[in-house]
Design a protein around this ligand. Structure first.
Ligand code: GDP
Length: 195
């Protein structure tokens, strides 16, 4: 039950994560994709993950515990233009290493604003996850912003593009505002956490 999620700790980078035991699911996305809102919606806790953080601020990796040794890992939002290239490279390296080496990691949720999905960094995130043999759940967020036909077209297009990535990738619409796709997403992530 995601509603029992509790804040566990914040890590300044991947080397500060807790011991590699139990099961973890990571949440990634461009900043402003709606990741915090989605986490709050899924856990039914308004203030769990902070929304609309100051752009460019160095972000921590936030961990939430949904059950004993079952964690949600909120990765820093990517795509800030202001972040120096050196820092971006360092982070990408650490991220790739996390995806590859973290044994308790069983799945990656990638959030994309449904109005502009699959930007380069999103594609990279999915590619690295697939390369690390991790299943991916793509949430097309803010689905309430599109009309029915446009939503369905986006869903079809993103699915088609991601087919070429290989791996185990599921794509669905999501809206924190309307609750669209909440149950579906929770069920999917729940199967990773409780295989
Ligand atoms: P994050 O940076 O990925 O954590 O994104 P946030 O959760 O902070 O959301 C970024 C902005 O998008 C905020 O202004 C939210 O209110 C808005 N937002 C998030 N989810 C939704 C949604 O489902 N529908 C709409 N219309 N706006 C949303």
């Amino acid at each position: 039950d995601f509603r029992r999620a509790k804040y566990l700790l914040s890590a300044p980078d991947i080397s500060f994560l807790p011991p590699d035991t139990g099961i973890e699911v990571a949440f990634a996305g461009r900043s402003n994709a709606g990741k915090s809102s989605a986490l709050n919606t899924m856990t039914d806790q308004k203030g769990l993950a902070k929304t609309s953080k100051t752009p460019g601020r160095t972000q921590m990796i936030n961990l939430f515990e949904v059950a004993e040794d079952r964690r949600l890992v909120d990765l820093p939002g990517y795509g800030f233009a202001q972040v120096p290239l050196e820092m971006k490279k360092k982070w990408q390296k650490a991220l790739a290493e996390y995806l590859e080496k973290r044994r308790c990691l069983r799945g990656v949720v990638v959030m994309m604003d449904c109005r502009h999905p699959l930007k380069d960094l999103d594609a990279n995130m999915v590619r690295w996850s697939v390369a690390a043999d991790l299943p991916v759940l793509v949430l097309l967020t803010k689905a309430d912003k599109l009309k029915q036909a446009a939503k369905q077209k986006t869903l079809r297009d993103v699915k088609a593009e991601l087919t070429e990535f290989g791996g185990e990738i599921k794509v669905q619409l999501f809206s924190s505002l309307k609750g669209t796709g909440r149950g579906e997403a929770i069920a999917h992530i729940g199967r990773w956490l409780d295989p």
